[in-house]
Design a binder for this molecule. Structure first.
Ligand code: ATP
Length: 469
């Protein structure tokens, strides 16, 4: 982990195209409405993707809510009173500067031209090719608007929320009073957010519908910077614990020009996605002062103050926010985990998703060595037993080598094989995805062995560390 985005070093390889194809092939992520030609920058999570993303969200929820006594959970609705978005400033200022090219009809974010390629001359950025004819920038509001009820009139306008945080602010007193929390304390939630992005792209990096995991921590005004530093460190540690390599993570401090007008301080946590994308924000940690609660008090006419009983003092708390995209972190995890390597003694290389076992959608593959002699029946029974403990996948098709490779590609950390010795001696082998070690264990000990390997919660859980049966 570094303090600022590293520059000057050679970029890491771009694995995005290979990853998109792996994700589709194995059922992690599909394009939305694909049979109709797809919807712009909206994605569906398939059987393995939904498990991976759920594991990410569970880890966040456990770390941020369940493991703490100073953060409460919330699940606020997507549709909110339209005044919420006037109070928050989104109606007036949640805009990006949009430019059109009169020549190629392309549409770009004026502040991100360096991230875009000119459609007529992809080696140049828009505006740099002589034929480019860009309009002056105009502001474009990113909120999706719709209408509540059957009549489409201005009085019935509602917005799909562009962030989950406002649901937390408007419930600040409800939660505080119901949970009897005292400041400092936080409210956390996971939920969908929608932004009509001008230039979405890079797979699930920037989409128009996505999920956020946000936490607002309410503190006494003079203590805000102290809590800001605390949450910066906590959140970086969380990303490292997902297995994201330390030197692919960096803090980026918002400069005066980048800071929102109300923010007292802001840092992004960035991840190096490799290729031209490089280091990009995956999470924002913001010191928002008392801006949000003050604005909601003004617009709603309701007090959102905290009464500090021991000090007999009333005040509007300051807020430190941590805001991370579940999809963007899932992409970071996939990019970080993707590797192609040669295998000693084999001519064909392999593709591996080196996911932490705790994040892997499938924890163990269970295979009969051959499809005869009672091995499939034995293996099916074992798979059914293990399924009560962890998600397992039974596979009897193709050569054993191909079955191992398929599981390597989807990040399954362990594979259990039933062979002739299983039938005579009730033992099976466990093979490790990363150390490629194969250890024979008693069949009735496999569940315990898997639990021990998973509990270790390290990237390279080593099967070779298990004792033999
Ligand atoms: P960016 O500058 O990348 O658009 P932002 O600064 O607008 O992001 P925030 O409003 O701070 O982002 O949102 C917090 C987090 O939500 C981001 O760090 C990111 O992980 C996620 N996020 C925001 N917009 C999108 C999007 N369009 N698609 C996927 N994730 C997103």
């Amino acid at each position: 982990m570094s303090d600022a985005t590293p520059s000057g070093s050679a970029p890491r390889p771009d694995v995005m195209d290979k990853l998109v194809s792996l994700c589709k092939r194995h059922g992690f992520i599909f394009q939305s409405s694909e049979i109709y030609g797809g919807t712009g920058s909206v994605w569906d999570y398939g059987p393995l993707g939904v498990e991976l993303k759920r594991n990410v969200k569970d880890r966040w929820w456990n770390a941020m809510v369940r493991a703490r006594d100073d953060v409460e959970g919330l699940d606020a609705a997507i549709l909110m009173h339209p005044r919420v978005w006037e109070a928050s400033g989104h109606v007036a200022t949640f805009t990006d500067p949009l430019v059109d090219c009169r020549k190629c009809k392309g549409r770009f974010r004026a502040d991100k031209l360096e991230d875009a390629a000119c459609p007529l001359k992809p080696s140049r950025h828009p505006g740099e090719f002589e034929a480019c004819d860009l309009t002056p920038p105009r502001n474009f509001n990113l909120m999706f608007r719709t209408h509540m009820g059957p009549v489409e009139e201005s009085a019935s306008v509602v917005y799909l929320r562009p962030e989950t945080a406002q649901g937390i602010y408007v419930n600040f007193l409800n939660v505080q009073q119901a949970s009897r929390q005292r400041i400092p304390f936080g409210i956390a939630q996971i939920g969908k957010a929608f932004r009509n992005e001008i230039t979405p792209g890079n797979f699930i990096f920037r989409t128009r519908e996505f999920e956020q995991m946000e936490m607002q921590f309410f503190v006494e005004p003079a203590t805000d910077m102290q809590w800001f530093e605390y949450w910066k460190a906590e959140r970086m540690t969380w990303h490292q614990a997902l297995g994201l390599e330390a030197d692919r993570l960096a803090f980026h401090q918002h400069t005066a020009g980048e800071l929102a007008h109300y923010a007292r301080a802001a840092f992004d946590i960035q991840f190096d996605f490799g290729g031209t994308l490089g280091f990009q924000e995956i999470e924002g940690v913001h010191n928002r002062g008392d801006f949000d609660l003050t604005r909601h008090q003004e617009y709603s006419g309701k007090k959102l103050e905290y009464f500090d009983q021991p000090a007999n003092r009333r005040y509007t708390p300051f807020v430190v926010e941590t805001s991370v995209g579940a999809d963007r972190v899932t992409l970071a995890i996939l990019v970080n985990a993707y590797r192609e390597e040669s295998v000693p003694g084999e001519t064909e290389g392999r593709t591996v998703l080196g996911l932490r076992p705790a994040l892997a959608p499938i924890k163990a593959g269970v295979f009969p060595l051959v499809k005869k002699d009672g091995m499939p029946e034995y293996a099916r029974r074992l798979a059914a037993d293990l399924r009560r403990v962890v998600p397992v996948f039974y596979d009897e098709s193709g050569s054993i080598g191909r079955r191992y490779r398929r599981q390597d590609e989807v990040g399954t950390p362990f594979c259990i094989t039933v062979d002739g010795e299983s039938l005579s001696g009730d033992t099976v082998t466990i093979r490790g995805r990363d150390d490629l070690a194969q250890v024979r264990v008693a069949a009735d000990q496999v569940g315990a062995a898997l639990s021990a390997l998973l509990a270790a919660d390290v990237t390279d859980a080593r099967v070779s560390d298990l004792g033999a049966a």
